[in-house]
Design a protein. Sequence first.
Length: 107
Amino acid sequence: MIHAVSALLNTRSPFSLSVCSQLTRRTVLDYGLPDFLHLSPLSREASYQLARAVREAIDAHEKRLIVDTIDVQLPRPSREIFRVVVTGSIRTRRGDLERVSFPIEVQ
């Protein structure tokens, strides 16, 4: 699961942050995160935008994971890198929910 989410978050969508946030249905054509290099690494508002984009990407492309919280760690080391902690539940093959929390470095 962590590998699949890491691969998703470290792939860039061809669409902008504003376009992705307006999509009503996501497909493989917009797989990944939109480019975030224009967002300030020190801005709290930018971290909220990143968290929203991460949640939308996971909700659209990783159906086994039910996200409770996305925490973007501040300050970001640079414009190109951020660390996110994903907390939620994984649906098991038997249908049970298992609590998880894991960090991912996004570049």
